[in-house]
Write a protein that binds this ligand. Structure first.
Ligand code: FAD
Length: 431
C-alpha cells in the first residue's frame, strides 16, 4: 500500500500525538503511524505515570498538554488531580485515569482530522539526497510506504532519524542508558498512613528490607506516590539495568526480570515492609518495562546542563521547565533528583534541539532530542514532550508553507504561533 500526506508522524506518544494534532489543526493532511496497538507511548507502557513538570512555578506551560490536562481536571467528576510531589525538587504533577486520558487523546486526534494507523511498525526510510522521500512500515497486511513533504520522528527511539543518517549517542558518554522500570499500582492501601512518613524515599524501611534479604539489593530507596484514585499507590522504581530499548528482546527479558522483582516487592509490602500495605492488592502492572533513554540525536544545537543551570531564555524557546535532574539507575541504584535551577526560576527548551543539521525535511523531539546526558534527565518529562511535539508540528507546517528546509525554520514566527496556541512563558512573556 502507498499512503500520502503532507506530514508523516512516527509514533503516538506525547511527542508524536501533539505534533500530529498541531499540524492537522492547521489544515495539513497528517498521517501518524504507531507501532503498538494503543497510543500514548510511555503513558501506555506504564499506565498511570503522572504528568510531571507541567507547572513550573506552579503555573501551566499551556498548549496541547494543558488542554488535555484541563479536560481531565475540569470534567465532573474529575478524572485527574493535581498533586504536590513529596520527592526532592519536583513541583506539581497531574495524576489521572489512564484509560480516560488515552480515550480523550483518540478523540483529539479524530477531531483534528489526523489519519492514524495502529500496529504500523516503521522500519526504514528512502532518501533523495538530504530529503526523506518516503518511509517504510509494515503491519499484518504486509509492507507499505508512506510519502510526505515533512516527517516528524516522535518514536522515542528515533527510528527514522537514525535510518536517515542523523548522528546520535545512545545513553551517556559510556553508552549506559537509564534503567528501564516496570511500574505497578497497588489498591486498597492505607494511604493516610503510607504518606504520613517523613522520608519520601522510605529509606529506613527499604534498607531493612534489603538487609533482611526480602527486597532486591538495588531498592534501598523507594519511589512511590499517590495514584489517581483514593487508596491507590503508584510504584515507579522496580528498575532493570542494561536494557537496550531499541532491541525488543532486551526489553522482553527486562520485563520478565522486572515482574519477578515486583512480585518480591509486593510480598514484602504485604508482610508489613511499610505499614499501610497489609490489605493492599496489586491490580495494574505495566505491559513492559518503560524505556526512558536510548538515542539522542545531534541537532542544530546541543543543550548542556551547565547552560540550563543559568535558567536561560532563548528566542526559539518553545516551553518552560524547572524539573530536577531525574537520572535513574544507569549502573547501580543511584537515583538523583538534584535541582537544576534555584527555586522560583525556570529555563526554556530551544527548538533547535529538535532540528537535524543535514536532513532537510525531518524534525525529531521528545526523548530523542539533542542534549547532553544530564540535560536529558531534566527535560524529558511528558509535558515538555507534548510541547516539543506541538512545536515540531507547527514548524513543519510553516516550513511547507514557506517552502524552506527545516534548518531555516522561522524562530520568531514559530514562537508567535505557539503563543497564539496558548503556550505560556515563551518569547517576551514570562510565566
Ligand atoms: C519508567 C519511566 C518513568 C517516567 N516517569 C515520568 C514521570 O513521572 N513524569 C513524566 O512527566 N515523565 C516521566 N517519564 C518520561 C516520559 O514518559 C517520556 O520522556 C515521554 O513519554 C517521551 O515521550 P515520547 O513521545 O518522546 O516517547 P514515547 O512515550 O516513548 O512514545 C514513542 C511512541 O513511538 C512509538 N514507536 C516506537 N518505535 C516505532 C516504530 N518503529 N514505528 C512506529 N511507532 C513507533 C512507540 O510505540 C510509542 O508509542 C518517565 C519515563 C519512563 C520510561
Amino acid at each position: 500500500m502507498r499512503l500520502e500526506a503532507d506530514i508523516v508522524v512516527v509514533g503516538l506518544g506525547p511527542t508524536g500525538f501533539a505534533a500530529a494534532i498541531a499540524a492537522a489543526r492547521k489544515g495539513k493532511k497528517v498521517l501518524a503511524l504507531e507501532s503498538k496497538d494503543k497510543i500514548g507511548g510511555v503513558m501506555t507502557r506504564c499506565p498511570g505515570m503522572p504528568w510531571g513538570a507541567g507547572y513550573p512555578l506552579d503555573k501551566p506551560i499551556g498548549g496541547i498538554f494543558t488542554e488535555l490536562a484541563e479536560s481531565m481536571l475540569s470534567v465532573e467528576p474529575p478524572m485527574a488531580r493535581k498533586i504536590y510531589s513529596s520527592l526532592a525538587n519536583f513541583g506539581p504533577e497531574v495524576v489521572y485515569d489512564h484509560n480516560i486520558a488515552i480515550n480523550k487523546m483518540y478523540d483529539m486526534l479524530e477531531e483534528a482530522g489526523v489519519d492514524f494507523r495502529l500496529n504500523a511498525v516503521v522500519y526504514d526510510v528512502t532518501m533523495d539526497d538530504n530529503n526523506i522521500n518516503h518511509i517504510k512500515y509494515y503491519d499484518m497486511l504486509g509492507q507499505h510506504e508512506a510519502y510526505g513533504k515533512m516527517f516528524i520522528d516522535g518514536s522515542g527511539d528515533g527510528i527514522i532519524a537514525s535510518a536517515a543518517g542523523v548522528p546520535f549517542q545512545k545513553g551517556n558518554e559510556e553508552g549506559l542508558m537509564m534503567g528501564g522500570t516496570l511500574t505497578f499500582i497497588m489498591k486498597n492501601c492505607d494511604t493516610d498512613k503510607i504518606f504520613s512518613y517523613e522520608d519520601p524515599y522510605y529509606e529506613e524501611f527499604a534498607t531493612k528490607g534489603v538487609l533482611d534479604g526480602e527486597l532486591p539489593e538495588d531498592m534501598k530507596k523507594l519511589y512511590l506516590m499517590p495514584a489517581f484514585r483514593d487508596g491507590e499507590v503508584y510504584f515507579n522504581n522496580v528498575n532493570v539495568q542494561g536494557v537496550d530499548g531499541t532491541d525488543p528482546f532486551s526489553v522482553q527479558k527486562a520485563t520478565r526480570e522486572g515482574v519477578k522483582k515486583a512480585e518480591t516487592v509486593i510480598k514484602w509490602l504485604k508482610k508489613g515492609g511499610i505499614p499501610g500495605f497489609e490489605d493492599a492488592q496489586m491490580y495494574h502492572m505495566g505491559a513492559e518495562v518503560g524505556v526512558r533513554e536510548t538515542r539522542k540525536f545531534e541537532g542544530l544545537y546541543k543543550l548542556t546542563i551547565d547552560e540550563l543551570r543559568n535558567a536561560p531564555r532563548y528566542e526559539d524557546g518553545i516551553v518552560c521547565c524547572d524539573n530536577p535532574i531525574d537520572d535513574v539507575a544507569r549502573e547501580d541504584d543511584v537515583m538523583t533528583h538534584e535541582a537544576v535551577v534555584e527555586k522560583g526560576k525556570y529555563y526554556h527548551i530551544p527548538f533547535r534541539v529538535c532540528v537535524p543539521k543535514k536532513v532537510e525535511n525531518l524534525f525529531f523531539g521528545g526523548r530523542n532530542l539533542s542534549v547532553d546526558t544530564y540535560s536529558f534527565a531534566t527535560v524529558r518529562g511528558m509535558p515538555q514532550c507534548f510541547a516539543m511535539g506541538q512545536a515540531a508540528g507547527t514548524a513543519a507546517v510553516q516550513c511547507i508553507d514557506a517552502d524552506v528546509p527545516v534548518q531555516e525554520f522561522n524562530a520568531e514566527g514559530l514562537v508567535k504561533d505557539l503563543q497564539k496556541q496558548g503556550v505560556n512563558g515563551i518569547g517576551e512573556e514570562e510565566l
